[in-house]
Write a protein that binds this ligand. Structure first.
Ligand SMILES: [Zn+2]
Length: 501
C-alpha cells in the first residue's frame, strides 16, 4: 500500500512540476517538496486526521538510498498532506515534531494550502540563537515566546548568556549575593549604568527603583520543560575568566591580590584555589539545572593585565611551568574542562580559548570571523560559527533604524553566510556543528527592540542552518521572509521594519 502511495506521490509531483519548481512559502526551505492536485483551507489543516508512523526502516525506504548521518535521520521526516488527512513518517519523535512544525507553518502562511508531499532533513545539527540577559533582562515569558518562534523555524539550540559584568541572572544557592546584589542596579539602561558617575554600582534586591531580575531554579525548570517539548536544547553560559565585574562586586575575594583587585575590574584570579572552588560550586548547581551535555564557559576578552602583576597568578605560573598569561588562561580553561568532563559535560568557549593552546575536547564558537573556526576544525575540534560580521544581531540592519550600532548586518548579509568554507575538507566537515545568531543587548533594553533585532534575521539563520545549500536563493527567501514577517507581526512579534503605530 505504502509503495503504491509513494509511486503516486512521485507521479503527482512530477506532473505538477512540469519542469518548474513549485513555490512554497516555507522557511526553512525543505529538501524535497512536490505539489499534488487539490487545495485545503488553511484553517482545516489542524483538524485533519493524522497518521504517524515512527519507523527508521520506513523512512529509509522513502529516502531511497540517500545517505544521512544518524543525527540527520533523527530529525528527518516525510509528510503527505492530502484532502483526507496527513501522513507522517519519521525515525524519531523529533522528526514527527518537525513535520508538525512544517504543517503549522504552511497553515499559518496562506489561506489555502496545496496538497503536497515533503521529504526533509537538516543540513547542520546546531541551529542556534543566543540571548544576552545580563545587559538587559527580559525574563521568562519573553524567552518562551522566542523559543516558540525558534521551534517553528526548526531551530534547536538556545544559548543562554546568563551572566556578565552588568548583572548575574541565575539563582546559585551557594553564593546568594550573586542574585541578592549583582542582579540589581540603580539605573536601567546599560550605557547609563556603565558610563555615568554611578559607574557600575549594584544595589540590594528590593531597593526601590532597582532595575534587574534573575531566574530562580523553578523559572529555569519551566523554561527547560517548555524548550524540551519543542526539541530545543538550552545551553547555559557561565563566563570565565573575564567579564566578571559583577562576580567580583558580590565576592571581592575572587579578584587578584592587588590594590582594589587590580587595574582591570573584569577578571577573576586564576592564581587562587578559592577561585576554582567558587567556579566549581557554581557549575555544579548549573549542571543540576541544565541537562545539556554542553556548558559554555565564555573565555572571551580577558585582558590578563592583572595576572602579570598578581603574586598568586605569578606563583601559579611558576608552579605549573606556564610561560605567559595566555598559557595561564589555557591552564584555567583546561582545568575547568577536566572538571566538566568529570561530570559528564563538554565545554564550549568563544574563540579566544584557542590562545595558549586549546583544551583537548573544547568546542569553539568562532565569533571574530571564521578564521579561528577554520583553525579549530583543522585541529580536529568542533566549531559553531557565529561570525560577528554576519551573525551578531546587535549590529544594525539599516542605518535608519532605532539606535543603529556597529556595522550594517542586513537580512541579505545574514542570509549570505556560508558556514562550509571551501577550505574545509569532506573529512573535516562533521566538525562544523552549525550556526548561531547572537543578540548582545548593550543598547537593547526593551522587548520590542530585542525582537526587532532578532527578526527577520533569525529566519535567515534558520534557513542557513537547516536547508541544503542548493535550496538557498536570496530573491525567493526575501519573498518568503516578507510573508512570514507579516504573520509574525500578527502573532505579536516586532519584526523589522516595525509597522507604524
Ligand atoms: Zn591573580
Amino acid at each position: 500500500m505504502k509503495r503504491i502511495f509513494i509511486a503516486l506521490a512521485l507521479v503527482c509531483g512530477a506532473m505538477s512540476a512540469k519542469g518548474q519548481p513549485q513555490p512554497t512559502n516555507l522557511i526553512p526551505a525543505p529538501v524535497e517538496y512536490s505539489v499534488h492536485s487539490g487545495n485545503i483551507a488553511a484553517n482545516k489543516v489542524a483538524g485533519l486526521h493524522e497518521k504517524v508512523r515512527i519507523s527508521e526502516k520506513a523512512l529509509l525506504r522513502l529516502l531511497e538510498g540517500k545517505k544521512l548521518a544518524d543525527w540527520q535521520l533523527k530529525s528527518a521526516y516525510w509528510l503527505e498532506l492530502g484532502k483526507k488527512g496527513v501522513k507522517i513518517v519519521a525515525a524519531d519523535e523529533e522528526g514527527v515534531f518537525y513535520a508538525r512544525q512544517t504543517l503549522k507553518m504552511m497553515a499559518s502562511l496562506d489561506s489555502t494550502v496545496s496538497c503536497c508531499a515533503i521529504l526533509d532533513w537538516p543540513r547542520f545539527r546546531y541551529r542556534g540563537v543566543m540571548l544576552d540577559e545580563s545587559r538587559h533582562f527580559q525574563g521568562k515569558d519573553f524567552v518562551k515566546k522566542q523559543l516558540e518562534m525558534m521551534a517553528l523555524l526548526k531551530m534547536n539550540r538556545f544559548h543562554f548568556h546568563l551572566v556578565d559584568n552588568p548583572g548575574w541572572r541565575v539563582q546559585i544557592d551557594a553564593y546568594p549575593r550573586l542574585t541578592k546584589l549583582t542582579a540589581w542596579r540603580p539605573v536601567s539602561f546599560f550605557w547609563d549604568w556603565e558610563k555615568n558617575e554611578i559607574g557600575g554600582l549594584f544595589v540590594e534586591e528590593g531597593t526601590p527603583g532597582a532595575y534587574g531580575g534573575y531566574y530562580t531554579k523553578q523559572d529555569i525548570a519551566d523554561i527547560l520543560s517548555f524548550a524540551n517539548e519543542r526539541h530545543i536544547e538550552v545551553i547555559p553560559e557561565i563566563e570565565m575568566p573575564g567579564h566578571n565585574y559583577e562576580t567580583r562586586a558580590a565576592y571581592p575575594e575572587l579578584a587578584c591580590s592587588l590594590p582594589n583587585g587590580g587595574k582591570d575590574p573584569w577578571e577573576l584570579c586564576p592564581g587562587k584555589e578559592s577561585t576554582f572552588d567558587f567556579l566549581e560550586k557554581v557549575l555544579l548547581e548549573v549542571f543540576d539545572m541544565f541537562p545539556s551535555k554542553y556548558i559554555h564557559i565564555g573565555g572571551d576578552e580577558a585582558r590578563k593585565n592583572n595576572w602579570k602583576l598578581c603574586p598568586d597568578c605569578q606563583a601559579r605560573m611558576q608552579a605549573e611551568g606556564l610561560k605567559s598569561v595566555e598559557e595561564l588562561q589555557s591552564y584555567m580553561i583546561r582545568r575547568m574542562e577536566r572538571f566538566a568532563h568529570a561530570h559528564g559535560k563538554r565545554i564550549i568557549g568563544w574563540d579566544e580559548i584557542l590562545q595558549g593552546g586549546l583544551a583537548p575536547d573544547a568546542t569553539v564558537m568562532s565569533w571574530h570571523g571564521t578564521e579561528a573556526g577554520l583553525r579549530a576544525v583543522k585541529e580536529e575540534h568542533d566549531v559553531i560559527f557565529t561570525p560577528t560580521h554576519y551573525l551578531y544581531l546587535d549590529h544594525h540592519q539599516d542605518p535608519a533604524q532605532f539606535r543603529p550600532v556597529g556595522r550594517q548586518v542586513s537580512l541579505e548579509k545574514v542570509y549570505s553566510f556560508n558556514p562550509m568554507a571551501e577550505s574545509i575538507s569532506e573529512a573535516d566537515a562533521h566538525h562544523v556543528l552549525g550556526v548561531q545568531g547572537c543578540l548582545w543587548t548593550e543598547h537593547v533594553q526593551d522587548a520590542w527592540h530585542a525582537e526587532m533585532m532578532l527578526y527577520p534575521r533569525v529566519f535567515a539563520i534558520a534557513e542557513t542552518g537547516w536547508s541544503q545549500p542548493e535550496k538557498k536563493n536570496w530573491p525567493d527567501f526575501e519573498r518568503r521572509a516578507s510573508v512570514l514577517s507579516a504573520v509574525a507581526r500578527k502573532w505579536g512579534y516586532t519584526v523589522y521594519p516595525p509597522l507604524p503605530h
